[in-house]
Every structure is written in structure tokens, then in C-alpha cells.
Design a protein around this ligand. Structure first.
Ligand SMILES: *Cc1c(COP(=O)(O)O)cnc(C)c1O
Length: 337
């Protein structure tokens, strides 16, 4: 018998549990394009409340949520600032430039892992521009930051970054795909971490366990326009209540993300004891620096442990479908090697 695979590639690999499937089966539905699916409406209202914003819109993916926000913030040729290695820069096929018309400026992590220093933002914005100058109109933040090993931006730093952006006349978009993890790690409600952001994107399909779905949120006026753009991009769905029902159950899983963080710390500690060079995770992502990436990934795969490459390192992500025992089992398998 082959040992079960321990899948640590991403917190997106979770499968909907029985409770979620039952809620999906029982969902009240309408036609969300023609008018408003009632379960979609309920999810949108719930998420807007959690994020402390006026309004929210379900979208099929986080990439679409970010794209819609950028399309509405940016005019063609506008420059926007984003942290180095952020999802909008590195993992969305250049949609920010191709479809939103923005010219990206990647900012180094001077403030801490995954975040620029406020001074860097101030410098990047520069002073008022002549009519032939370049317009910088948007700052994109990411909390937690995927490529920075799930690093959390603390509230005071978030506030300082938003403040310099506003002083420079910029709008702020927060990619909060894993804002729930930041909220749990800091012991603060998600709404505390969105203060000053004009728009926010959050994922339901990662650690919270929904099979599909993200939300893009902001003012009611923003969401009205976002609904039009979502339809244009092919993201309007009909009986979406089936998916929104999964999202509502997913939101009940926020507190349990603390267990994912504990599992990630256990994984990092155990790997370090075994001589691996690993990050100390703030949340649920562990990055390992290895001499030979291909070899490390295939060694892991050989013992039924799945991880992915990220910026030359091995990325492990803990989630609700791996138990604490599975982490111990990873060590058992590595020790047998
Ligand atoms: C996963 C992720 C997204 C969205 O990804 P989709 O696969 O398009 O849902 C956006 N931002 C960050 C930081 C992410 O980790």
C-alpha cells in the first residue's frame, strides 16, 4: 500500500467538507446577472460587514478581483506602486498592464518582509507632475504577503503606508487574499486591517476552504462599477447562490486558521531541526532555501510530500485538510530517507 499523499502545495487544495456541500445543496438561488441571487446578496453583505466597507462583490477568483480593482483605479499609462514579488505583479500574467493599462513599479521590502518602507513610497510618488509627466495613482499592498512566507503587515505599518499614499493623492488597493490569516495572527478583526484602503480583495477559496470564490470590496459606487466590469470579463454567474453558500460556510472557518499557523510553525521547527534552512512563519507559509530546488522537490515527492517552487525556494503551505499528525508524518518519512 502506498502512503497517503500529504499535499502542502497550497491552501487552495482543500476540498469542501460535508457541511459545506450540504449548505451548497440547500442554497436558495436566483439569477445573479438578471437581478440579485439572494445567497450571493447575503454573502456580499456579510463580507462587507467583516471588512468594514460599504459593499462587496463575489468574483470567481482573486485574480479577477484584483484585476477589476486595478481596471477601475487606473487610466492607461498610469503608474502604480506594488511590493516586490506581489501577486498583482508576479502571478497574474501581467493583467495589470495588459488589461488595466497600468505601468508597474515594484518597491523593495524596506519596511519588513513583503512591505515597503513609507519613505520609499513617498519617494516613489514624487512631487506634483507637469502635464507631460508620469502620473502615479495607486498603491497596492498585500497582507499577508505570499512571496514573503505569509508575512503579516502589522497595523501601525499598514496605517503608515496608507497615510503616505493618501498624502500623495494615491488610491490604495489591498490584496487581502489571506487577510483572514493576518487578522488571526494579529488578534484583530479584518476590518481593522482594511482601514484607509479604497478597495480590498479577499479569498474564500484558500485557507477557509470554499471550492471557488473571492470578494472585491469598497464603496457602493465602486462595487456598482465592479459589477459591470465583472460581467464584461465573463465573471457574472447565474445561480451563484450555490457558490455563495460555500462562501458563507467558509467564513465560519476564520478562527480555525490559528491551527494552520501552529502547523506551519511545527513544520518549520521540525525541518530546521533536520538541518533545513527555513523561514519562521507568521502564518501558514514556510519557505525553505535548498541547495538544489529540483532535487529537494523530487525528494519530497518521493516520500509523498507535495510542495511547490517559489522564487527559487521550496514553498510549503499548511491548511485545513492537513492535520497536525500529517506534519509529524512528514518528519517520519524524511527521517526514513
Ligand atoms: C491566491 C492569491 C490571489 C488570487 O488567486 P486566484 O488563484 O486568482 O484566486 C491573489 N493574491 C494573493 C496574494 C494570492 O495568494
Amino acid at each position: 500500500m502506498t502512503a497517503a499523499i500529504i499535499d502542502l502545495r497550497s491552501d487552495t487544495v482543500t476540498r469542501p467538507d460535508e457541511r459545506m456541500r450540504a449548505a451548497m445543496a440547500a442554497a436558495e438561488v436566483g439569477d445573479d446577472v438578471l437581478d440579485h441571487d439572494p445567497t450571493m446578496a447575503k454573502l456580499e453583505e456579510t463580507v462587507a460587514g467583516l471588512l468594514g466597507v460599504e459593499s462587496a462583490l463575489w468574483v470567481p477568483s482573486g485574480s479577477m478581483g484584483n484585476l477589476i480593482a486595478l481596471m477601475l483605479h487606473l487610466k492607461r499609462g498610469d503608474r502604480f506602486l506594488a511590493t516586490k514579488g506581489s501577486h498583482v505583479l508576479a502571478h497574474e500574467q501581467g493583467g495589470a498592464a495588459w488589461l488595466a493599462g497600468g505601468m508597474p513599479e515594484a518597491l523593495p521590502w524596506g519596511g519588513g518582509p513583503g512591505r515597503p518602507a513609507p519613505e520609499t513610497v513617498r519617494h516613489a510618488i514624487g512631487g506634483p507632475q507637469p502635464y507631460f509627466g508620469l502620473y502615479t495613482t495607486l498603491l497596492c499592498l498585500e497582507n499577508t504577503h505570499n512571496a514573503a512566507s505569509g508575512a503579516v503587515t502589522p497595523l501601525d505599518e499598514h496605517t503608515a503606508l496608507v497615510t503616505v499614499a493618501k498624502q500623495g493623492g494615491l488610491a490604495v488597493h489591498l490584496d487581502g487574499a489571506r487577510i483572514w490569516n493576518a487578522s488571526v495572527a494579529l488578534g484583530l478583526p479584518p476590518s481593522a486591517l482594511t482601514v484607509g484602503a479604497d478597495t480590498v480583495q479577499v479569498c474564500l477559496s484558500k485557507g477557509l476552504g470554499a471550492p471557488v470564490g473571492s470578494m472585491v470590496a469598497g464603496s457602493a459606487a465602486f462595487v456598482a462599477e465592479a459589477r459591470r466590469v465583472r460581467k464584461m470579463l465573463g465573471g457574472g454567474v447565474r445561480q451563484g447562490g450555490v457558490l455563495a453558500a460555500a462562501g458563507l460556510v467558509a467564513l465560519e472557518n476564520i478562527d480555525s486558521l490559528a491551527e494552520d499557523h501552529t502547523k506551519a510553525t511545527a513544520l518549520a521547527d521540525g525541518l530546521r531541526e533536520r538541518g533545513w534552512d527555513v523561514t519562521r512563519p507568521d502564518t501558514n507559509i514556510v519557505l525553505a532555501t535548498v541547495p538544489d530546488l529540483e532535487q529537494a522537490l523530487s525528494q519530497l515527492q518521493g516520500v509523498g510530500v507535495l510542495a511547490v517552487p517559489m522564487d527559487g525556494r521550496v514553498r510549503f503551505v499548511t491548511h485545513r485538510d492537513v492535520a497536525a499528525d500529517d506534519i509529524t508524518e512528514v518528519f517520519r518519512r524524511l527521517d526514513k530517507e
